[in-house]
Design a protein around this ligand. Structure first.
Ligand code: G4P
Length: 288
């Protein structure tokens, strides 16, 4: 099992991460927040805006290969309207990663200009990469930094544990010092993180989880469900739909009833493995 999925968020750890980020803030020029493009709201840290104060902020909608590209574009427009630059990236194939450097330079054009005026041409821009576990933060850093590993850091105020990566002469990345947390007290957030496999689903009721996932997919992606499971009756409620899907897959127990637990596990696994298609679970209109 993936260790990252067993992470526990303790108030003490959270306070420590917050403190470490605050300490580093004066040394960085911008924050790049990695989120899961399928659940851009639930995969965020609820306290980030307060923690990073008014540092320029770039959102990386990662795993866009698994999301619905139309919805991802809507999120990008939404953030743009709110003064935040967002780009879609896919750390599996590397798609979109090349945009990152230019995006940072555009977002920090005023800094580069100020450096040039002060004769500090070549002074690197420093960006902290932030994200809750499993959004693909390490994949992003590995992809963009390639073999440029962390260099020893001895700038004042920066402790040894911090991982800096030189991306190019004028751009350095810093991995988040500590683990960021999602808004775990919110039930919808917990469910959405479980749908994508970002948190363990055995702390939640699998059947209930599958039913909730079917509610969203039945509403927004009925044709993808039909393509995968055959003709379905969408006038049924989500639990009955799960039974219908299970039956179609031969998951029947004594008395001809559906083995709903097996059906639920199958549905969740097929969603996570992208067997059903490119599905975004959070839409701008539900949150704006
Ligand atoms: P983290 O540092 O934020 O905790 O996340 P990490 O990079 O470890 O990524 C978590 C999982 O998400 C990994 O899968 C990783 O491969 C996958 N991932 C990251 N970026 C993308 C992306 O853009 N697209 C897709 N499809 N997947 C992505 P894993 O199952 O934990 O490991 P593995 O499959 O790499 O073995």
């Amino acid at each position: 099992m993936d260790n990252k999925q067993t992470i526990q968020w303790f108030p003490g750890h959270m306070a420590k991460t917050k403190r470490k980020i605050k300490e580093i803030l004066p040394l960085i020029d911008a924050v790049a927040e990695v989120v899961d493009a399928r659940i851009p709201i639930s995969s965020r840290n609820p306290d980030l805006a307060e923690i990073i104060e008014n540092k320029p902020h770039i959102i990386l909608l990662n795993k866009c290969d698994m999301a619905d590209s139309r919805i991802t574009r809507e999120w990008i427009d939404f953030y743009k309207k709110n003064g935040i630059t967002a780009i879609a990236i896919d750390c599996k194939s590397g798609k979109g990663i090349n945009q990152f450097k230019d995006t940072v330079k555009t977002a920090l054009a005023h800094k580069l200009e100020a450096y040039a005026q002060k004769g500090m041409v070549g002074k690197p821009l420093r960006v902290m990469v932030i994200g809750i576990p499993n959004v693909g933060k390490s994949s992003f850093i590995n992809k963009i930094a390639g073999k440029t590993r962390a260099k020893a850091e001895n700038r004042p105020g920066v402790t040894r544990g911090n991982q800096w990566f030189t991306i190019e002469k004028q751009l350095e990345l810093l991995d988040t010092p500590g683990v960021l947390w999602p808004k775990f007290e919110d039930q919808t957030v917990g469910e959405h993180l479980a749908f994508t496999g970002a948190v363990k689903d055995n702390i939640l009721d699998t059947e209930l989880l599958a039913v909730r996932l079917l509610e969203i997919m039945g509403k927004n992606y009925p044709e993808l469900l039909t393509n995968r499971y055959g003709e379905l009756d969408f006038s049924l409620d989500a639990y009955e739909l799960l039974c219908q899907i299970g039956k179609k897959r031969g998951m029947v127990i004594r008395g001809g009833e559906t083995d709903t637990e097996r059906a639920a596990n199958m549905l969740l696994e097929e969603y996570r493995n992208q067997k059903i298609g490119n599905i975004s679970l959070e839409r701008v209109e539900d949150y704006a």
